[in-house]
Design a protein around this ligand. Structure first.
Ligand SMILES: *Cc1c(COP(=O)(O)O)cnc(C)c1O
Length: 397
């Protein structure tokens, strides 16, 4: 057997390593939390999970998962339309709709699948889809699955979006797709501006709120709440794998007839297994918790403001914002990974992000704050960043 592909792939792997772009997966030996234990026994402070509200290992969430497991079983062994729909799934869809202020919701195995299935049913080759340049990989892939004409506008640039809308005046149907919060920068889409343009040019709007649902906006409903456009987004996709407990699962939520159509036509829904009952049950418990009190999102907001303010004062380059994603811009790939290693030696777990996750020359450490962090955690992290930052010449010594 002549295995040329093995040789070629090995060469590419060597190149990835040589460029400082290789992604190692660290093994965690504990549940997810503000502090985690590594496989080598060290306990470190965790600043890189999407565990925004500290619900990943929350006792109420674990209890709800156990209860659903006992009452509804482990798995459905079916897609929804054959024999995979329990009352639990209908209840979760109803809760999500209430929480987001939409008509109806359809569940998917992941938000990646929701984005894979949300575009194609609505857009044929006479349609146009207009996408923010920094949209998440799953939005890009979902758009690739359509036959629609594709247009991109510069990140959060409404003047460019308007030009694309004018250029596509002849399309049968137009859809604007954007992240609510952009995961590498932690910046928020100008949804008020997008909605105004979509109104003016009669386009549909799709927003992926994976980094917002549960904590962005005054009561945590998402970017549509923060931007004052609740009820104006046609299709919201989001994940249960981040703030809402962090297991997995996702959904599309929005206008009644659009959701109904997705149940008939969306391929990742029709051809993939039902969300497991423990996840559905626990996500219901999370939404109940967040509907009763904003205490967790309020604590996350306070933690975020404190960390951003102290780090900026220390001289780190963090683009202004209010989101718990705080990117420390370093630009240099190797520096980003060296800094993450040095932070780990100080007991702080952060990750250097480099190409292809961010553009080349835009490497950074993406810090993510959580409501599970206490003030002493943040003070320890900031002190370590200052020590390491000075040693590596990132800030003045
Ligand atoms: C994390 C993320 C996804 C993927 O969500 P999963 O449920 O883990 O598949 C999709 N879109 C955005 C913007 C994300 O940040």
């Amino acid at each position: 057997m002549t295995d040329t592909v093995g040789v070629e792939v090995q060469k590419q792997l060597d190149e990835i390593r040589a460029a400082g772009l290789y992604k190692n997966e660290r093994v965690i030996a504990s549940p997810q939390g503000p502090e985690i234990r590594l496989a080598d026994g060290r306990t470190v402070l965790n600043l890189c999970a999407n565990n925004y509200l500290g619900l990943s290992s929350h006792p109420a969430v674990i209890a709800a998962a156990h209860k659903a497991l006992d009452e509804w079983g482990y798995g459905l062994s079916s897609v929804r339309f054959i024999c995979g729909t329990q009352q639990l799934h209908k209840d979760l869809e109803c809760k999500v709709s209430q929480f987001l202020g939409t008509d109806d919701t359809i569940l998917f195995a992941a938000c990646f699948d929701a984005n894979g299935g949300v575009f194609e049913p609505f857009l044929d080759k006479e349609c146009a889809v207009i996408s923010d340049a920094l949209n998440h990989a799953s939005i890009i892939d979902g758009i690739r699955l359509t036959k629609a004409q594709r247009f991109v506008y510069e990140h959060n640039n409404l003047a460019e979006l308007e030009k694309r809308l004018q250029e596509t005046a002849n399309a049968k149907r137009r859809l604007v797709a954007t992240d609510g919060v952009f995961s590498m920068n932690g910046d928020v889409a100008d949804l008020a501006g997008v909605c105004a343009l979509a109104d003016k040019y009669k386009a549909l709007i799709m927003v992926d709120d994976s980094h917002a649902t549960g904590f962005v906006g005054k009561t945590g409903r998402g970017t549509h709440e923060a931007c004052g456009v609740m009820g104006k987004i046609d299709l919201i996709t989001t994940t249960f794998g981040k703030a809402l407990g962090g297991a997995s699962g996702g959904c599309v939520s929005g206008r009644k007839e659009l959701i109904e159509f997705l149940r008939q036509r969306s391929r990742p829904y029709l051809f993939s297994n039902t969300l497991a009952p423990p996840i559905a049950g626990a996500t219901i418990a999370v939404l109940d918790l967040l509907s009763k009190s904003t205490a967790l999102r309020d604590k996350l907001e306070a933690n975020t403001l404190f960390f951003r303010r102290e780090m900026t004062a220390a001289g780190f380059n963090i683009p202004t914002g209010t989101h718990p994603i705080a990117p420390l811009m370093l630009y240099d790939e190797k520096l980003a990974h060296a800094m993450a290693d040095a932070m780990l030696a100080e007991g702080i777990y952060v990750i250097g992000f480099s190409y292809p996750v961010v553009p080349k020359g835009q490497a950074r450490i993406r810090v993510q704050l959580s409501a599970a962090h206490e003030r002493h955690h943040l003070e320890k992290a900031i002190a370590a960043f200052i020590k390491v930052g000075k040693a590596l010449g990132v800030i003045k010594g």
